[in-house]
Every structure is written in C-alpha cells, then in structure tokens.
Design a protein around this ligand. Structure first.
Ligand code: ATP
Ligand code: MN
Length: 464
C-alpha cells in the first residue's frame, strides 16, 4: 500500500519513482484518445497535482465516466517527471477510486470564473475555488504568525469572555444575549422588559472587545494578548465591516504610547514576512489575479518605517489636500475612511500612525494629555484599508478616569472592578485592537471583507 500524501508535500518534495496515494477533489479532466489528465486538489496548495490515467488502469472507463469537476477521488501510482510546462512532477496512475460524483449539469463550480458575489451565495462550496483557497491558507498563516509573534515575546494568550454584561464600550452596536421567551418576556411595573429575571440577572451582550478584561490580565501578567471573535451590531454595509469578526488585542503594563506604536509596527512587519515566507504561491496568485500591488505593499510594510503624525497635523494636511472629500475635515471631527486612505495611500504611501485625537471622539479609558483637549490614542491607517488598528495608552489615574466616566455618563458602580485596577497597583499601560479580517484583506488585496472569512455575518445574512 502506498502511503497517502498531501499534494503540497508532493509538489515540494516528491521524487520521480516514488509510489504514492493522493486524495482530493477533481478540478479538471481532459480526455485524450488513450488516457485522461485529471487535476486533483486537496486544499494543501494552490496548485493541484496532475494525474495521467491511462486505459490500462483497472475500471478506467467506468471511473472516468464518473470523474467530473468537483468529484472526490483517490489515486495511487508512481510519480514521474512531467513533460508539461510549469510542473515538475505528475502522477502516473495505477488505480483510481471515486468516492463521490459531482454532476456536471448541477455542480455550480464549473471552469469559468465566478463573481465573488455569486460565490458568497454558495459559501459551502467556495472554499474549493482557487481564490478562496488561497485566502484561507493565508488566513491560517496570519493566525499562526500572530501567535508566534506574541509567544516569542512572552505575551500570555488570555481568553476573554464572549458574553459580557458591560455595555460601556459599544453603545448602540451591541447584540443582546437572552434566554427569555421573546413572545412574553417578564416586565417591570413600568412595562419595560425585566432583565433582572433573565439568565444572568442583568442584561447581557456579545462582546465588542476583550480589552477591559485584557487590562485585568495585564495587571497580573504584564504582557498579554487576546485573539478571538467580537460582535458588532452595526448596520453598516461596507466592504470593511462584519457583524462577527476576529480581533487581536495586546495589552502591556509598564508601557506608554511609544511602546504601543513600536509593538504595532513590528507586529505588522512580522506577520507580512511570515506569510510571504510560508505562502509564496498564494501571495503571487493575489498579486497576479486580485491586486497587482500586493507584493509591493508587503515589501513596503516590511522595509519601511511607518509614518507617525499627530491628529492635529493630520487635520492640517487634510485641509491642505488637493482633493475634495465627501465628508468635512476640521479639528474635532473624526477621520472618515476617505481621509484615512488619503493619508496612507496618496500622501505617505505607507502605513501612518495618527496619535493624540480629540478626547470627545475617543473612548473614556484613553489617557488624557496635559493639553486638556486630546487623549493618547493611536490609529494605524493602511493604504487601501484605512483604519487597521485602533489603540491607546489607558488612563491609569483613578481620579481622571472617574471624571471621564462621568463625562460619558458611565455609572461608576457598573465598572467597579475596572476602577479597582486603578486603586490597587495601577501602572501606565497601553494596548491596541487589530481587526484580523482587515489584516487578511490588507495582506491579500481582497476588496471585500466578506471574502476573507469563511462564513461572513453581515446585516440580513447568516445563511451558512
Ligand atoms: P471603524 O471606524 O473602521 O469602524 P472602529 O473605530 O470602530 O473602526 P475599533 O473599535 O478601534 O474600530 O476596533 C479595533 C479594530 O477592529 C479596528 O481597527 C478594525 O481593524 C477592526 N474592526 C472594527 N470594527 C470592525 C468590523 N465591524 N468588522 C471588522 N473589523 C472591524
Ligand atoms: Mn466602527
């Protein structure tokens, strides 16, 4: 019995003369007079392995009738040098088994190129296409790089809850989690739904961020990171927003904004480098077929220092810009995606870290600057994507934090544990949140965030 090998392994290491078995799905079949070419892909690499199935193979005629694009097969035989261009080896088949057929009339993935929109409607089959295959291999490599990066630096991976009762962060964007009967929920005397009688004894939500819990863990382990799903019920149908997305949130004690910026920059450089090294074929594919600046962008990220400017300087640059924006620019207003892209894409042509935003437009936990107007926030803006990272140095001074919470009408009782962190052993600390799908988008050049997660959750869409 020949051992079953993955196709990536054979393409890289297989030697002529070896007997092997492969298993996978047929991408194409081309019948010649006395034999057929069958290209098989098992998801381990962009390229499949070509098998030559000749008439001498037992059951040839019957098997080949059943082998169409999409069918699942097992082939055994001998590796031989390939006379064809662009492939080093091919498989001279000695036996073929068909597990499952795929009817040529009804299997949706025939040879022609499909739109990404159409592929989203068949999310159960699109992983078998070249593009989505490359996307999910690169996504896997990015996730591996995330862990490698932090583990090499002694950051503790912490698991923060998906269900939370704290709504301080995401007003308006929260999904409620309930076990109440929605037809007849318990009500208070005044007629409101009585969440005191709900499962958790108070209203609970899906988390929009693991940061506050990560801060707790950083106050014991110094350097930690989260990497898990987050949820936002934002009804924004953009190419950069999902209702369920994965976020990476490092949090560092004894660290100010400079250290935070350094970490963000070395993190992005590390991940790009890792993916280029481990998925060269996939990255080449994106550069050829999706966006011809992908490799140049990666090179640019790895080899150039990110630009660093303050929000105040960014506004001045935008006001001078030789470009008309849809949304107004003036000190005090938040930067819109078009402004972010202008800075990163047109002006600096590389990632830009914007710091020290007006305190009114940033979260309550960001550290106040001495000017009384701005906070120690930082956003990393990337060409094509806009904001990819949002972070800050946190307010570690109890009185100033309490004052900010009052400004935002956040009741101190609801956050007593968060305030305790400032009562007991408080230290300067900082961290950021990076949207994992935006990172994969940035890496691959994919236009729409729905095409870099296997099963996208967006308004009106949760079929698969
Ligand atoms: P944006 O202004 O683009 O909506 P944000 O300011 O709401 O972003 P943060 O709250 O700072 O984002 O979240 C941290 C990171 O999470 C962002 O930098 C981004 O990469 C990512 N992110 C935020 N919202 C989404 C979303 N709905 N889908 C995917 N990624 C997101
Ligand atoms: Mn948002």
């Amino acid at each position: 019995m020949a051992t079953t090998r993955r196709i990536l392994d054979l393409l890289r290491n297989g030697q002529p003369g070896e007997t092997v078995t492969i298993q996978g799905w047929v991408r194409t079949k081309r019948d010649q007079k006395e034999f057929s070419f069958v290209e098989v892909n098992d998801g381990s690499s962009l390229a499949g392995l070509q098998a030559v199935v000749s008439q001498d193979v037992p059951g040839y005629a019957d098997a080949l009738k059943r082998v169409n694009t999409g069918a699942s097969v097992e082939l055994s035989g001998t590796l031989v040098e390939s006379p064809a261009k662009g492939q080093r080896i091919e498989l001279k088949a000695e036996s073929i088994t068909v597990f499952g057929e795929a009817d040529a009339e009804t299997y949706p993935l025939q040879k022609k190129r499909h739109s990404f929109e159409f592929l989203r409607s068949i999310a159960h089959l699109r992983p078998r296409t070249n593009t989505l295959g490359s996307v999910f291999r690169v996504r896997n490599a990015c996730a591996t790089a995330v862990h490698n990066f932090f583990q090499e630096r002694n950051f503790l991976w912490v698991h923060t809850p998906l269900i939370t009762a704290s709504d301080a962060e995401g007003a308006g964007e929260l999904f409620t989690v309930t076990s109440m009967n929605l037809d007849t929920p318990p009500r208070t005397k005044s007629g409101e739904v009585d969440f005191a009688q709900d499962f958790f004894g108070k209203r609970a939500f899906l988390t929009v961020s693991g940061q506050l819990e990560a801060e707790i863990m950083a106050m014991a382990f110094t350097n930690v990171y989260t990497f898990g799903p987050t949820f936002r019920a934002e009804n924004s149908n953009t190419s950069r927003h999902l209702a369920e997305f994965w976020m990476i949130e490092p949090e560092m004690a004894f660290c100010a904004l400079d250290g935070n910026m350094e970490l963000a920059e070395s993190f992005l450089k590390y991940v790009f480098k890792y993916v280029l090294e481990t998925c060269p074929e996939d990255m080449e594919f994106f550069n050829q077929r999706i966006d011809n600046t992908v490799l140049e962008t990666a090179d640019n990220i790895i080899n150039n220092e990110f630009e660093r400017i303050t929000y105040t300087d960014a506004i001045a640059l935008l006001e001078k810009a030789d470009k008309t924006f849809e949304f107004p620019v003036s000190w005090g207003l938040d930067l819109q995606s078009e402004h972010e892209r202008y800075l990163a894409e047109d002006l600096f042509k590389k990632p830009v870290i914007v710091t020290d935003y007006p305190k009114e437009i940033k979260a309550f936990y960001m550290r106040q600057n001495d000017d009384g107007k701005t906070v120690r926030a930082m956003d990393v803006l990337a060409p094509r994507i806009g904001e990819i990272i949002g972070g800050s140095q946190r307010e570690e001074r109890l009185d100033l934090l309490e004052q900010r919470m009052a400004d935002f009408h956040i009741p101190a009782e609801s956050m007593w544990w968060y305030l305790d962190l400032r009562r007991f052993g408080t230290v300067p600390h900082a961290g950021f949140g990076l949207g994992f799908e935006r990172l994969v988008q940035f890496m691959t050049g994919m236009q729409n965030i729905r095409d870099v997660i296997p099963f996208p959750r967006t308004p009106q869409s949760a079929e698969f």
